[in-house]
Design a protein around this ligand. Structure first.
Ligand SMILES: Nc1ncnc2c1ncn2[C@@H]1O[C@H](COP(=O)(O)OP(=O)(O)OP(=O)(O)O)[C@@H](O)[C@H]1O
Ligand SMILES: Nc1ncnc2c1ncn2[C@@H]1O[C@H](COP(=O)(O)OP(=O)(O)OP(=O)(O)O)[C@@H](O)[C@H]1O
Ligand SMILES: [Mg+2]
Ligand SMILES: [Mg+2]
Lengths: 227, 227
């Protein structure tokens, strides 16, 4: 599903160049469940934004489900993203004037889904994360962990084939974190490909492989023993 | 230092009333180091916002360092806050048009501190959290964990007598999280009163007391064995 070759990402700030990613090769097969770990500032979110077609690499190539995406025009890139990728942002990025329910419905609106079906899927996704009694709250009327769970529901509502989650349990207590993880595992068992950035060893242990990122490179890859 | 009696906080949304806090008594002595834990949505941030003079209780009384604050006018409340409280918000609340250094300097500007001294304190605080080479980055040019560390530096730069930190390590890997905790402990040893909301048992274990919040009430209090 995901094939990165020699991907780099550099930012220029005046005379200084920051290399967020240096030379990354990454393969994720359909149905895989992969964890990405690494120190703060090592390049994990930059990598996820490129895999999620939210940002373009400075160098290298990216093939997603057999299609080369690094050369696509902006609207074709957005179309690919909306059709097949669900994304949980590290900083949630909820729209402040929309309720929890409307935020979860939004990706389904972009896909042109009918009102009745989109409302049913969004309600179900919010119930899956334990927020059936907070659907009409605005983000400012939710706790940090509740906002994070709305972001998770938004990524899952449209049943994407690829789920990219950037620290999806960072603001959750261990109980709520386990519930989100169980949700991801259930969807992975049904065939969804899942990539999770996490600092939580408990989350990483539930994946098949753990990739560790350091200083813009994939420094290591460990298979997790089954069971 | 902090004395809450019978504090409640309710939000009215149309015909629905949400009780974020029900009936909270809380005492924090000078030089204490207290952890607050509890499920997502249980009322932790609401409690911290009231203790930090950022929000007012719907009922009950609050005495801070011998002064009754629940009746103070807005600017007197802000003056009390700026002089003696450092706050790390759960969602950082960095100003997007200011650099990391300018964000850290801002509370010192409000206090009327001179440019040279405030610049020196802000640089030191960013170095304390390992961000000396990211001082001129805007928040959008920093990773999630780096933004969180800027928020920690901003709370500490002015050496407040009371530090309130709401999930200060939620976006940090275990190494960076330990560094922030060590910083708090060092300041607590020097006499700073510290209250930390956390889901991380490692952080809670380093405090003297752990208060657990559930459904808007303080459900339990455990002393942590020394050593
Ligand atoms: N403005 C508001 N209007 C209505 N309800 C609110 C508002 N702000 C917060 N709440 C509700 O109050 C409750 C307590 O929120 P609070 O932010 O204190 O939780 P928390 O313990 O910090 O949770 P988390 O661990 O997820 O950050 C939540 O159920 C939330 O939905
Ligand atoms: N727009 C930008 N301009 C300059 N540098 C940037 C920019 N965006 C990110 N960086 C830098 O790129 C590096 C990688 O950032 P990234 O967000 O990928 O880290 P991360 O591994 O996700 O960290 P965390 O665990 O803290 O979220 C960081 O050192 C960051 O400062
Ligand atoms: Mg990140
Ligand atoms: Mg909170």
């Amino acid at each position: 599903v995901v094939e990165l070759r020699g991907v780099a990402k550099t930012y220029r700030m005046g005379s200084v160049t920051v290399s967020a990613l240096r030379d990354v090769d990454l393969d994720v097969a359909a149905g895989d469940m992969v964890a990405i770990t690494g120190p703060s500032g090592s390049g994990k979110s930059t990598l996820m934004n490129i895999v999620g077609c939210l940002d373009r690499p400075s160098q290298g190539s990216y093939v997603l489900a057999g299609r080369c995406v690094d050369g696509l025009a902006d609207d074709a890139l957005a179309e690919t993203r909306n059709r097949s990728i669900g994304f949980v942002f590290q900083s949630f990025h909820l729209l402040s004037r929309l309720s929890a329910l409307e935020n979860v419905e939004l990706p389904l609106v972009y896909r042109g889904m009918g009102v009745r079906r989109r409302r049913a899927l969004a309600c179900q996704a919010l119930a899956d994360v334990g927020l059936e009694d907070r659907m009409h709250h605005l983000p400012a009327q939710l706790s940090g962990g509740q906002q994070q769970r709305v972001a998770v529901a938004r990524a899952l509502a449209g049943r994407p084939s690829l789920l990219l989650a950037d620290e999806p349990t960072g603001n959750l207590d261990s109980r709520a974190g386990r519930d989100v993880l169980a949700l991801f595992q259930g969807l992975n068992d049904e065939g969804m490909t899942v990539v999770v950035v996490t600092h939580d060893p408990l989350v990483a242990r539930h994946c098949r492989r753990i990739l560790s990122v350091a200083d813009g490179l994939i420094a290591g890859c460990a298979e997790v023993a089954a069971g």
